[in-house]
Design a protein around this ligand. Structure first.
Ligand code: ZN
Ligand code: ZN
Length: 294
């Protein structure tokens, strides 16, 4: 019997409701599933209830986006030309406990840090702008979320740009001089937040980190392990059989557990639920480690 430890519901960017995933898992003959929505646990209770009804074992999970740049900074290596993606999966998180609030708080904090970074970049370019100007304008408009459009309006008011579009094109659009990447958690905080809810942390789809070569990959995983990483997602739809083999050996060498899953998103991507045929023993080992406190 097999399990699938990586999938998304409508609570994040999947097309199936959390409860539907339980029925699909049963139809696919899976013994267990983990729901791992991006940055949210909103779908877990409904999926857990439907799994209990279907007789499919359920693992409460989450997938947190983290800052890949932190790894390259830590190991003192220039990042790859095209910075990759770093996602940290959390398993056996206690979603009904207040400890989880820590994750949400951290995510909100991370989001709140982006605007001041953009302002600092603008100031470094010689633009006379203060974050208070932006907050004041957002407050006057009754906006609850402060973002780049507000910064653009301040730039317009101060005469630095001719229009909102001009502000994005010249300063704050993606890749422009004052741009700051979207609000990503430092990986260490993502891992600690997962541990804080009694969960285990696994590095999702290592291939997406876009490491320069195998040696860089090894160093990156060693770095994440030093921050508390428990496992490596060896089986994933994006991995070739050779990569599954290589990541499995890397995990064994570093004393990390392994996880695996389809990364099913429903209709959005042509991926079959359960396509990775992850043996139940993988989950058994994970569960034992979670019980033992990581
Ligand atoms: Zn991912
Ligand atoms: Zn995913």
């Amino acid at each position: 019997m097999f399990c699938d430890l990586h999938m998304h519901s409508t609570a994040s960017d999947g097309t199936h409701a959390p409860a539907e995933l339980a029925r699909l898992a049963l139809a696919a003959g899976l013994g267990a599933i983990a729901l791992t929505d991006h940055d949210t646990t909103a779908g877990l209770p409904a999926c857990a209830a439907a799994c209990a009804e279907s007789g499919v074992a359920f693992v409460p999970g989450i997938e947190l986006s983290a800052d890949p740049g932190a790894i390259w900074t830590d190991i003192g290596q220039a990042p790859p030309e095209r910075l990759g993606t770093l996602h940290i999966l959390g398993y056996f998180i206690r979603h009904d406990e207040p400890g989880l609030q820590a994750i949400h708080r951290r995510l909100l904090d991370a989001r709140a840090q982006r605007n001041p970074r953009i302002i600092a970049n603008l100031q470094a370019l010689g633009v006379e702008i203060a974050y208070d100007d932006v907050l004041e304008l957002a407050r006057a408009e009754g906006s609850r979320v402060v973002g780049r459009p507000h910064i653009a309006q301040v730039l317009l008011k101060k005469g630095y740009v001719k229009s909102i579009q001009d502000a994005f094109a010249r300063y704050i659009g993606e890749g422009k001089a004052a741009y700051a990447r979207t609000d990503l958690l430092p990986p260490r905080e993502a891992i600690e937040a997962i541990h804080g809810t009694g969960g285990l942390a696994s590095m999702a789809h290592p291939v997406q980190l876009r490491c320069h070569d195998d040696a860089a990959m090894d160093r990156a995983v060693v770095c994440l392990r030093s921050w508390g990483l428990d496992a490596l997602e060896t089986r994933h739809t994006d991995h070739t059989p050779a990569q599954v083999d290589r990541y499995g050996k890397l995990a064994a060498r570093l004393g990390l557990l392994t996880t695996g899953g389809s990364d099913f998103h429903g209709e959005r991507k042509p991926i079959g639920l359960g396509n990775q045929r992850v043996p139940m023993e993988v989950l058994d080992r994970l569960r034992a480690a979670a019980k033992a406190g990581g």
